[in-house]
Each structure stands twice: as C-alpha cells, then as structure tokens.
Design a protein around this ligand. Structure first.
Ligand code: SF4
Length: 234
C-alpha cells in the first residue's frame, strides 16, 4: 500500500500508530490544543508560500472536498516542464508512495526543496520529513541541489541559518539541512515498503507495548486507547 509523508513520519515514531491510522482511525483523539497547533502550522505554511516571489500552487480538490492528488500530479508535471520558478505543494509519487512539497524553487543547477515548519529550531522529525521527500523526488528524477527548512525567526542568538527573510510582518530563517536529510533519505528508502505493508487490509496489528515513543516527539493520538488496553491486561 502507498505511504504518504505523514504516514512515514508517524510510523517512524511507532508502527502501531500507522496501523491504527489505517485500520482504526475512529480511536484517534486529537486534543484541542494540538488541533490549534496544527491549524497554526498550516496558516504559517500558507503565508510562507510567497516568500520567494510569485508562485504556483498545485492544490486541487474533488467534488466531494477530498484532495485531488491526480490533478496535483498533473499540474506539477506541467509546471516542471514549463520551468516554473516556484512551485508550492508540488505533488510527486513513486510506486504510489507520495508527498506534496511545501516549496520547490528552481535554481541554475537544479531545485531547492523547502519544508516549512512553525518552529524556531530544527528537529529530527523535520529532517525525517525532508528525507522522505528527497527519496520520492529523487526517484521521480527531480535534480535536487539542497534541502532546507523554513523556520520562524525568533531572533535567538547562536542559531546557524543561511538566510533570514521577512514577509508580511513575519520573520523567517532558512536552515540548510541537506547533509542530514540525505542520511535520512537512505533510511526512508529502506523502510517505506515495510511501512506500506502495515496499511494492507489484512495486516495484523504490530505487537508494540506502550513506552517512551507514546510521547516522543509528540504525544500519540491513540495514547488513551493503547494505555487502556494495557491496563486491562495487567
Ligand atoms: S499510544 Fe504508544 S503504542 Fe499506542 S500507537 Fe501510540 S505510540 Fe504506539
């Protein structure tokens, strides 16, 4: 079964989380403060789209309101063929595994991939996200010359970044994560098909006990479900 960028990052935290997403999503509980953080992240991402000047966004929806990924793939291909300089939410797919890239910017020698995060410092899970995108784009034949994180610039001292930008009253900083993302790209290549098996209709639930992964890097949305199950068995 195909794996998305979100699937991949969630399965790295816990494979059972991806299994539950695929087979028992009704057990998910998203706390309101987490939903607020997700909404703020989406808003931050939308605002960052214009950071490098005029852009084309590929996002498309079907009549039922669901994302039309096929249309997005088609638009992305057209924009790449036309050599469009900045593509937002460009869609890519390799053996069904897929991602949409926050910002893809053409430069003289290839493309720069940007992942936008409403955070002031890089985190391992952001790089993992970039690593998965690199895997898909490289397999699709896109020549990547760098992988960057676009973060909130809180003007903290001592943080290394390649560029600081301001747009519509928001300060951003660009952090080069190419080297780290390349390492995680290799790991993604090794695991993506293994994770896809978890989504198959008849896949058994992985037997993973609750542990540190239930709260790191994020508290799991199945926390209550899994912890109740294990309490009952005690
Ligand atoms: S609560 Fe823990 S064990 Fe259960 S799916 Fe989440 S991370 Fe995995």
């Amino acid at each position: 079964m195909p794996v998305s960028k979100t699937d991949f990052v969630r399965a790295v935290q816990c494979e059972k989380m991806l299994w539950l997403d695929a087979h028992r999503p009704e057990l998910k509980i998203i706390p309101p403060e987490v939903q607020q953080r997700l909404d703020a992240g989406n808003e931050f991402g939308d605002k960052a789209m214009s950071l490098f000047g005029p852009f084309e966004e590929t996002t498309a929806f079907k009549a039922d309101g669901k994302l039309d990924f096929s249309a997005m793939l088609e638009t992305t291909k057209r924009l790449l063929d036309e050599g469009y300089p900045v593509i937002c939410e460009g869609a890519f797919s390799w053996y069904g595994n897929y991602c949409a890239v926050d910002i893809l910017r053409k430069s003289e020698n290839g493309y720069i991939l940007y992942e936008v995060k409403n955070a002031s410092a890089p985190r391992k899970e952001f790089i993992l996200d970039l690593g998965f995108q690199r895997l898909i784009l490289n397999k699709c034949g896109v020549k990547l010359i760098a992988s960057m994180l676009v973060l909130r610039d809180d003007e903290e001292e001592g943080q290394v970044c390649v560029e600081r930008l301001e747009k519509d009253g928001i300060r951003y900083k660009i952090v080069d994560a190419t080297r780290e993302a390349k390492i995680l790209e290799r790991q993604a290549g090794n695991r993506v098909f293994e994770f896809g098996k978890l989504k198959k209709k008849d896949a058994p639930a992985p037997e993973i006990p609750v542990g540190e992964q239930c709260e790191k890097p994020y508290r799991c949305w199945y926390f209550e479900h899994c912890h109740k199950i294990f309490k009952k068995g005690e």
